[in-house]
Design a protein around this ligand. Structure first.
Ligand SMILES: [Zn+2]
Length: 546
């Protein structure tokens, strides 16, 4: 997700030796959503009827659950209760043609099982309901004044109109059967199964996705679309859905950049996970939202503007966030930090190193100003309870920078090997920050707990002040550095660039103390000495000749 074009926990600090213990040795860092450990949502089939007269939806959800252990007598689904004319009213719940007793209050639909479940058993429940969504599915006018319908389930608004286990820990396959006035085209996740004119002014459109996804990644878009089928990219059907007024300009805006991003990620990370990719123009928000295989882009963020990485960002999420999903909201950087850095990697690949470094520097400046505006905010949430706070821009920019610094730690080749391994192991599943760390440690042979702790759990960034001078008698460049940020020291592997007329020589130092002096051999006095000349480290620097 990219919130508009300029989108929207603190861990106690201790000495380096014990840093890793505070995060990784204490299990149970988790947001506060109640997990049902014996229930696994396997598949959801939603039949939704929409109309042009009012905003009422009629729904029938067929939900397949698997019970991983015996003795379950109750299952809870999230579904907004009715109040003040909005929310959902449940008419009936059935299973095996028998009625199921249910209780629907405080946005939870609790089903009482007629008989306790057996371990390994699968059961289907059919929930019939109706109501006006208070969120989750928006019905509004687009920029041309035409009525449109777009879902907006992020982060936990699927429950506003779909009965689900509405948390990314339980991924499931899904299908949408949408009945709507015949003038509309309907896009959703997965593959188109059927389109039929019902003969009563309505059309039924059926999409089905056979790959499990997080609840919020389920999406429908209903509008008078122009649909452009752009053939295949790496064997994946590639489509553009724009408003019919923009049928000539829309596909051109999307397709080249989208193809590039698809090809780059497929080749460098691993195969794309879904049955198609649709880039969809949508109303009601800015930026983009990366629903699995059906990405929505805000109607005002596209077409008339240059693509400043928006497409690459949303497509990166198909790999990270959608296919490999954070198991927990605390680890949302595994989605947004990755999409931010991989957007820069696309720039590095297609536009070259200068564009890449320029992007890194812009991102670095953003981190520093964001950290000043939001002191005490680390990348990892600490038992997040308020879902309004799930995203902040530090997660994007510092999360992305953390991956860049990890690449420096591991070396580019091992970094990519680790990324591929991580994707392969957790593809279409869920992962934690600790899972990611373990994969990267295995691929590098490095112990990285200190690194993850330092950059993800700790708020703020290092501030480095220092000077250099050339000592003629000993032919040494003397560098004196201090870490002046509040709190303890960072462990900073740094490059130093010594530039003479003959070129630049890179030396490596390990800066780990509050104040530290380094002496580097140099036959002649350098013209300049630069700290981190290749832009590897997230730090504020004040450094010059003494
Ligand atoms: Zn994003």
């Amino acid at each position: 997700m990219l919130i508009s074009m300029g989108c929207s926990s603190v861990i106690k600090q201790c000495a380096l030796a014990c840093l890793w213990l505070s995060l990784f040795a204490s299990p149970g860092l988790a947001d506060t959503y109640p997990r049902q450990t014996k229930v696994d949502a396997v598949h959801y089939a939603f039949q939704i009827t929409l109309n042009d007269e009012n905003d009422e939806v009629t729904g029938q959800a067929t939900i397949t659950l698997r019970f991983t252990d015996a003795g379950v007598t109750e299952v809870a689904l999230d579904l907004a209760s009715a109040s003040n004319g909005k929310g959902m009213t449940v008419v009936e719940v059935t299973s095996n043609n028998g009625r199921v007793t249910f209780k629907h209050e405080a946005d939870r639909l609790v089903l009482s099982l007629p008989a306790p479940a057996q371990a390994g058993e699968r059961r289907q429940f059919i929930v019939r309901y109706h109501g006006v969504p208070a969120g989750g599915l928006r019905m509004l006018k687009n920029k041309f004044g035409e009525r449109v319908f777009f879902s907006e389930n992020w982060p936990n608004n699927a429950r506003q109109w779909l009965p689900m286990i509405d948390h990314p820990y339980d991924k499931a396959t899904s299908e949408f059967i949408i009945i709507a006035p015949v003038k509309y085209q309907v896009v959703a996740n997965g593959l188109l199964q059927e389109e039929i004119d019902l003969g009563d002014g309505r059309r039924l459109t059926h999409w089905k996705q056979d790959v499990p996804i997080a609840s919020w990644l389920n999406a429908i878009g209903v509008a008078q679309f122009a649909v452009h089928h752009d053939g295949l990219v790496k064997g994946v059907p590639h489509q553009t859905w724009v408003y019919h007024q923009e049928r000539t300009t829309g596909p051109a805006w999307f397709e080249t950049r989208s193809r590039q991003a698809m090809e780059f990620y497929s080749e460098h990370i691993g195969p794309y996970s879904y049955e198609k990719l649709a880039n969809v123009e949508a109303a009601g928000f800015g930026g983009g939202t990366e629903h699995a295989s059906a990405i929505f882009y805000g109607e005002n963020s596209i077409l008339t503007r240059p693509d400043t990485g928006l497409i690459a960002h949303e497509i990166a999420h198909q790999w990270f966030g959608n296919s490999v999903t954070e198991k927990d909201w605390d680890d949302v950087w595994l989605s947004e930090g990755f999409a931010t850095y991989f957007t820069l990697l696309v720039a590095e690949h297609y536009e070259g190193r200068d564009a890449f470094v320029a992007g890194l520097k812009r991102s670095r400046d953003q981190v520093f100003s964001l950290e000043k505006e939001n002191p005490g905010t680390a990348v990892l949430h600490d038992n997040l309870a308020d879902m309004k706070k799930v995203l902040n821009r530090i997660i994007y920019q510092k999360g992305g920078w953390t991956l860049h610094m990890l690449r420096q730690q591991m070396g580019t080749e091992k970094f990519w090997a680790g990324i591929r391994d991580y994707y392969q192991r957790y593809r279409n599943g869920s992962a934690t920050t600790e899972d990611f760390r373990r994969v990267m440690e295995e691929n590098s042979g490095l112990q990285l707990s200190w690194f993850f702790e330092q950059w993800l759990s700790r708020a703020g960034s290092p501030v480095i002040e220092g000077t250099w001078r050339y000592d003629v008698p000993t032919k040494r460049v003397v560098i004196e550095l201090a870490q002046t940020q509040p709190g303890g020291v960072y462990r900073l592997p740094l490059e130093v660039g010594l530039t003479t007329e003959g070129g630049t020589k890179i030396e490596k130092i390990e800066f780990t103390q509050k104040q530290q002096r380094f002496e580097l051999m140099a036959d002649r006095e350098p013209v300049t000495v630069a700290l981190d000349p290749n832009t590897w480290v997230l730090m504020e620097t004040r450094f010059g000749k003494r």
